[in-house]
Design a protein around this ligand. Structure first.
Ligand SMILES: [Zn+2]
Length: 356
């Protein structure tokens, strides 16, 4: 298995719902030994190659370290757990999903989200007609609140994520797993920085793995103030629509190359920076796709309006079934996103940045 597959796999399997990104940072540290790194008290993880001069325009590569997850709300009299969401998981994917819950001792406790078995359903249609997350129960096998507390160490506010192990299909260049939004982006930031760390560049490049994007993009808000970048490229494990849409509505295909959105619900990508990036892709024959997202957002929402205004684009690596227990992403899309970003920062100069 090559190093990048290991990196993506380890990052995807790390436990890191919004606000609880510690494990992700620990994995990132292992793969950034040749970079200068530091973290703030929120666990934003900053990375700088040693060719960083502090004298050139500063390009920040961002990805978010958190994933959609859950938090225990309360223990019901039967010992099952009422829980709420951290970020926006796909409701339909929750029924019968397996989760990992971090208890108050830091131990991982397995649990499942219960489904109504047909034996108890009034009609086949309404058996699992769940419309709100608080109608579901997370079950660790406790039979009372006392048992949940004493045996499992669970009372309230314990964080949880999907319990999915990443698998690599080498023959088809595919990865199956959870949290590719945005761990494949985190891997791309780390790999890009490692690739350019000894290059002579016209710009300075650094990276951040920012916390809490799925919750309120608070990590990026802090990073924008801390780093004060001149340009930002936000990496994303962005939702693929090729199995959802049809015909000309499809814009984000698996194996279609990095996806550069012209806009989404949170930001209009800086038109001149966007055009520059797409021209670089064309110049070097790197596969790319672009589109117009009608909703959702990225950390770009915080960066582009920070300080005196920061040109920002999004480098999306398509993920089928993002925000659910199982997704698919393609290694070639990851590689093309890294390749395109390396070429973009090689082509950028102070003069080009000035021209934006
Ligand atoms: Zn994301």
């Amino acid at each position: 298995m090559n190093k990048n597959i290991e990196l993506i796999t380890e990052l995807a399997d790390a436990f890191g719902p919004s606000g609880f990104e510690d494990e992700v940072v620990n994995v990132a540290r292992k793969y950034t030994k040749d970079l200068d790194v530091y973290e703030d008290k929120m666990r934003n993880f900053y990375m700088k190659p040693r060719n960083f001069t502090g004298k050139k325009p500063h390009v920040l590569l961002d990805a978010h370290s958190d994933e959609v997850g859950f938090m225990v709300h309360s223990v019901r009299p039967d010992g099952s757990l009422r829980f709420t969401n951290l970020g926006g998981p796909t409701l339909a994917s929750l029924i019968s999903a397996k989760l990992r819950i971090k208890n108050d001792k830091g131990e991982m406790i397995p649990g499942i989200i219960g489904s109504v078995s047909p034996h108890y359903a009034k009609t086949a249609q309404n058996a699992n007609g769940v419309t709100q997350i608080n109608q579901l129960s997370l079950d660790v096998g406790a039979t009372s609140p006392a048992e949940a507390k004493e045996r499992f160490g669970i009372t309230m506010a314990e964080p949880a994520t999907f319990d999915t192990t990443c698998e690599y299909d080498e023959e088809n260049g595919l990865l199956f797993g959870k949290a590719f939004d945005c761990r494949v982006g985190c891997a791309a930031v780390i790999e890009t920085l490692n690739r350019i760390k000894d290059s002579e560049l016209g710009v300075d490049v650094s990276g951040v793995l920012a916390v809490m994007e799925e919750f309120n993009a608070g990590g990026a808000q802090i990073a924008a103030r801390t780093v004060k970048p001149d340009l930002v490229i936000c990496f994303e494990g962005c939702p693929a629509d090729d199995t959802i849409q049809s015909g000309s509505d499809i814009q984000t295909r698996l194996k279609g190359g990095p996806f550069l959105r012209h806009m989404d619900g949170s930001m209009i990508s800086h038109p001149r920076f966007q055009k520059f990036a797409l021209n670089v892709a064309e110049k070097y024959g790197i596969k790319w796709q672009a589109g117009v997202r009608e909703g959702s957002g990225t950390n770009g929402m915080k960066y582009h309006v920070s300080n005196q205004g920061v040109p920002c684009i999004v480098m999306g690596i398509p993920v089928r079934y993002a925000h659910s227990a199982n997704g698919i992403t393609a290694v070639e899309d990851f590689e093309n996103a890294v390749e395109l970003t390396v070429k973009i920062v090689e082509e950028l100069t102070a003069q080009v940045v000035e021209g934006f």
